[in-house]
Design a protein around this ligand. Sequence first.
Ligand code: SF4
Length: 187
Amino acid sequence: MNPSALLLERLGALIHQSVREDAARHGLLPIHVQVLGYLAQANRYSNLPIAIAEYFGITRGTVSQTLAVLERKGLLVKRPDPKHGRRIHLELTAAGTAVLDGSWAQRLDAALQTAGGEEGELDTGLRRVLTELQRLNGQRAFGICRQCVHFQGEPANATCGLTGEPLAEEQTGRLCREWSQAGGQGS
Ligand code: SF4
């Protein structure tokens, strides 16, 4: 096996273990913590049940069960879309956000800062690997809005070229299910 593949396999196993431990600490299943973590990053086009199914490669039934548990525990709320009647947006409550305090994602962020290296260099390599694996699996790419081929303008005054809608600055650093990479790779 390629040494990089071994490292990624080991990192994946460590992250899985951390997610399981985080979930157990809060009396949740790993998928519950993962969905909370996803929603904390997702933009307004992506905080939807269908996007969760796509992101994690799980069925809509599993998503419904997961959302029911998180809603019952007061960790998220469902808000109807003001423009699209049947569309429901999912938002973390303060309790849901608190579950993510000190979570594996924050520990990973800290480890990446400690490890140092050229800013963006690791991202570029990992993005290439991820894009190729997603292509092989037939999955949507998802990505950070500011790095999308449809992103127009500056973060403080941006527009989505796909929808034609203005983007609030805090949305431009979030994950989007409609993200596409320049050069045609992406969803
Ligand atoms: S610019 Fe791209 S990533 Fe941002 S909202 Fe539009 S489609 Fe999504």
